[in-house]
Design a protein around this ligand. Sequence first.
Ligand SMILES: C[S@@+](CC[C@H](N)C(=O)[O-])C[C@H]1O[C@@H](n2cnc3c(N)ncnc32)[C@H](O)[C@@H]1O
Length: 321
Amino acid sequence: MLPNVLHRSASDHVPVLAEEVRELLAVRPGHTVVDATFGAGGHSALLAADLESEGKLIAIDRDPSVRTYFDRFKAGTGAQARLLRGEFSLVLNQLAANDVQADAVLLDLGVSSMQLDRPERGFSYAADAPLDMRMDASAELSARELVNEAEERELALIFRRFGEERYAGQIARAIVRRRDERAFERTGDLADTIKQAIPTPARFGDGHPAKRVFQALRIAVNDELGALEAALPAAVRMLRPGGRLAVISFHSLEDRMVKRYFREQARGCTCPPEFPICNCGNEPVLRELTRKPVRPSSREVEANPRSASAKLRVAAKVEPA
Ligand SMILES: C[S@@+](CC[C@H](N)C(=O)[O-])C[C@H]1O[C@@H](n2cnc3c(N)ncnc32)[C@H](O)[C@@H]1O
């Protein structure tokens, strides 16, 4: 159950794997918690409740519209709280450079329900709106630029890699053909072009035919994998020994990146396996608390279908011997 520090409205983002995150991050009074993906503050509310008014919660988000949620959260919590707006890898690095240490860091990746459900943000194929998809509206690259300016080969690669789209090549070709006549301005035009580009039987397959391409564009526009790659070492840098890092991912490429990073940091030694003894002297930095990712229960997926692809991995920073 969510503690009663945040009064939710029906359209708010529902925090995913909330109890599991709470249990594995094990926040205690006096801790410093960094919620690097604040969103509507659902996870923050839960973690702040465990601070019992003693400790700090630092919220990060690149989307300025979370301010309203943060103000509401701050008014309802006894803990010290502040919001830092920016890309999480940069903010985490700045905090580490300023010797801020955390006992718990959470990354709940991807977009929030508020971003997806507001048609004017241009994330959704389900509503016709300007083609945008930027989590931070001041960022340079929007989906409009990408769709109208990227080479056909680059578009196909994005659709294949980030969307696992079978018809990536056909869709990229259809986009380039259509934009030669008229630039794409709206999500509806793009969704129609995608639908026309794929074979008729495939239009009735797994969900909306534009779902995978829209997801791929969103990941590319916001450089979501680049941000995660830079954020993992930054988060570990700012953890106190014994502090914990939790990452919830929704895409297999993200989960693979987290899994690989946690394994490498838990191994420490980077010597080739054929070396009889360790030469590098590197010590383990992390201890994995979840060998396998934690998945939502069927009850959670039923109540919140957006949780279906979530995977949670948690690791603790090794304490010096
Ligand atoms: C899935 S939502 C988080 C929801 C939140 N845990 C809750 O319970 O309400 C992800 C949030 O992280 C933000 N975000 C995603 N990538 C980011 C990045 N690289 N830097 C900063 N914020 C980011 C998004 O703007 C969004 O608000």
